[in-house]
Design a protein around this ligand. Sequence first.
Ligand code: F0G
Length: 460
Amino acid sequence: MAERSIIEPFRIKAVEPLRSTTRAEREAALAEAGHNLFALDADDVLIDLLTDSGTGAMSAEQWAAMMRGDESYAGARSFARFERVCSALTGFAHVIPTHQGRAAERILFGELVRAGDVVPNNTHFDTTRANIEFQGAEARDLVCPEGRDLALEAPFKGNVDLDALERTLAEEGERVPVVLVTITNNSGGGQPVSLANLRGVRALCDRYGVPFFLDACRFAENAWFVREREPGQDGRSPRSIAEEAFRLADGCTISLKKDGLGNIGGLLALDDPDLAAACRDNLILTEGFPTYGGLAGRDLDALAVGLEEVTDPDYLRYRVRTAAYLAERAWDAGVPTVRPPGGHAIYLDAGALLPHIPAHELPAQALACELYLEGGVRGVEIGTLMFGRVGTGGGPDEPGPHELVRLALPRRTYTQSHVDYVGEVIAAVAARAETLRGYRIVEQPRWLRHFTATLEPLDR
Ligand code: F0G
């Protein structure tokens, strides 16, 4: 029997119109935005694949839960429900809500990380790296060798290189205050981490007496990949795989704007009572009282429902298939992507598509801008603009590790015909790839320059 389509496992109850623009309008909007896609008005974007963070649709049950939100300043019922769901999922004793993931990172690293420290991770996400560097510490990426080869097909390219981690722990000793693992490995192509690898990290952290924290924004997508790819995990529920992953760690930071299925929210959860108390004290300075952490009660309720919905196998099967389907459209157009496709996004390899644009002329930014100009599709550069280092002595910037354009899929938001349209836009740009030009940075801030830098196209 022929395989049937994997359909969106929901029907649509509220719709939001999209606004089309002409190419001339998009050219004007992009110039006005300093050729930085973050600076565009969202109304000037047709299909917004800038991020999968906070951009998804909530379910009817989540909207219903919002009406139950208890907005009491302290001890709200919403917090009790949120705490119960987070404890059951993660097993951690202390549940601290934050307004989003990076707030959890700032608070945790503010308590754990000191100047001169080294923090290993498979690959640090940009805010994680920035929050570690802000403490004067080094954020060290130790992804496995397969994870550095974009085109290689391997099941768990997000895995930590355990030999490299052991060397770091042995050589840096007391200077390693915490080991992080990001599931899925967003900056490394949305690649999953196996349970076996997480067990390996746990064993090393035990041997060296260092705490192990997950950056678990996409824990459900990671669990789905484990079920599909890891020997012995076939047919297991994504929920029980996720529970096991959390129980291998000592704590986690999570942006609940991803697999929390919320539009806002974050979580810091951990077992160490002294560290938890210090983090709560720190939280009060900027996030608010520990039973709401910068969120409204209604947000906590929506997240409590989202965290239970997200491990539904039908949802995860459709979710992961959507990214694979979009990757197939890119391959049909001759555009290489990171392989295999990630769970939340595909990553177009601009370095391979645009060999005539050197890294310091920002080929991935050139591709991202062109996808917008061609069809109003907004993605994000993950290349030298995001991860490069400002060149010293007026020289060119040191390149980032890869030149990628990430097209991230908001959860439960776009249909298959939207995805087909994006495939057509990719194909149209790829057909004239050799005509694309590089960019140069006109102005940039000190931290996280890709968010606010202004750029201009080079004329050759
Ligand atoms: N860690 C990872 C792996 C992330 O992907 C993100 C956010 C964060 C931490 C920070 O969470 O945004 O809630 O403060 N990633 C988004 C993205 C922004 O587009 O990939 P936040």
